[in-house]
Design a protein around this ligand. Structure first.
Ligand code: CP
Ligand code: NVA
Length: 325
């Protein structure tokens, strides 16, 4: 998927990927060769993808609609105010009806069980566009971004092995997705969450199974100290302290997360790597990261946001465009 996302980005935006010679000593490897003709194939020609979003979205929605259009398909956005779902019709009935008329569904839901139910009863592929538990398409964009900045001449994810990523923030869907993705690739995850915001036990179990299955190279370290989490980290990342649906807990959370703002002072105090990259899925608020870091020269947040489009394009192409019933 990531090599396909990189090829799509190259095809539609030739300035995106560094050329050999721009980085001293770098050699061409896989992923920087000729763009396959498959990239220009309109695999969603005459197809419709329903975007069933029960929560707000900027990046995922814009990435999805523009990606579907590039693949020759029609994006049908169905927000919670547009359809009967949740007001006048069950999820089961809605799934049966919508999937009988479209070629794929991308769904942003509240509880994770909703996207599982959709996937169970849909007659067409269902992609998770964020649930309370996971956000898979976000981490695909993060992987593409990490490759672009750390290993620009390969699409081989194993080249990321040995990196250390620090998470300073909430125990939420973005962290969960990182836990089930990074360590199995040999990437270490150093996590700081406040007391009372522990890691999800089932997610941790799934993460550990993944590490075992891949040979056990990446480590997960959990602490309540932001300084400890950023120690020697090559990448620093965080997310909002108040995820969608938690608005009523805002005051308590802001109090509980005191000392968790990512700042250059924290990175220096904790001993992060000097060239540590800053990443954030967005949307961002000043409380979790200050302007100096967020807009600083080590921040790749806008490249990361743009890569939502190229990775979602690869996902739609592979799982909806090329899907056979
Ligand atoms: N990162 C992300 O999913 O952003 P949106 O909520 O704007 O889609
Ligand atoms: N944790 C955030 C991610 C937004 C992309 C939320 O669920 O609201």
């Amino acid at each position: 998927l990531i090599s396909s996302a990189i090829a799509f980005k190259k095809h539609y935006k030739s300035r995106a990927i560094p050329k050999a010679g721009q980085i001293e000593g770098a050699k061409f490897e896989k992923g920087d060769g000729a763009v396959s003709s498959e990239v220009s194939e309109k695999t969603l020609d005459a197809k419709t993808v329903a975007l069933m979003f029960s929560k707000r979205s900027t990046r995922t929605r814009v990435a999805s609609e523009t990606a579907i259009q590039l693949l020759g398909g029609h994006p049908m956005f169905l927000g919670s105010g547009d359809i009967q779902l949740g007001v006048n019709e069950s999820l089961y009935d809605t799934t049966r009806v919508v999937s009988s008329m479209v070629d794929g569904i991308m769904a942003r839901v509240g509880h994770h069980s909703e996207v599982e139910t959709l996937a169970k009863y849909s007659s067409v592929p269902v992609i998770n566009a964020l649930s309370h538990l996971y956000h898979p398409t976000q981490i695909l964009a993060d992987l593409q971004t990490l490759l672009e900045i750390r290993q620009p001449f390969t699409t081989d994810l194993s080249s990321l092995s040995g990196l250390t990523i620090a998470w300073v923030g909430d125990s939420n869907n973005i962290l969960n997705e990182m836990m089930v993705t990074y360590p199995r690739l040999g990437v270490n995850l150093q996590i700081a969450t406040p007391k009372g915001y522990d890691l999800d036990a089932e997610v941790l179990e799934r993460a550990n199974e993944g590490i075992k299955a891949e040979g056990g190279k990446g480590k997960i370290i959990h602490t309540h100290s932001p300084e400890e989490a950023v120690k020697n980290a090559n990448v620093i990342t965080t997310d909002t302290w108040i995820s969608m649906g938690q608005e009523e807990e805002a005051a308590r959370r802001i109090k509980d997360f005191a000392g968790y703002q990512v700042t250059n002072d924290l990175l220096a105090r904790g001993g992060a790597a000097k060239d540590a990259t800053f990443m954030h899925c967005l949307p961002r608020h000043k409380e979790e990261v200050d302007d100096e870091v967020f807009y600083g020269d080590k921040s790749v947040v806008f490249q990361e946001a743009e890569n939502r489009k190229w990775t979602i394009l690869a996902v739609f192409d592979a799982f909806i465009g090329r899907w056979k019933a």
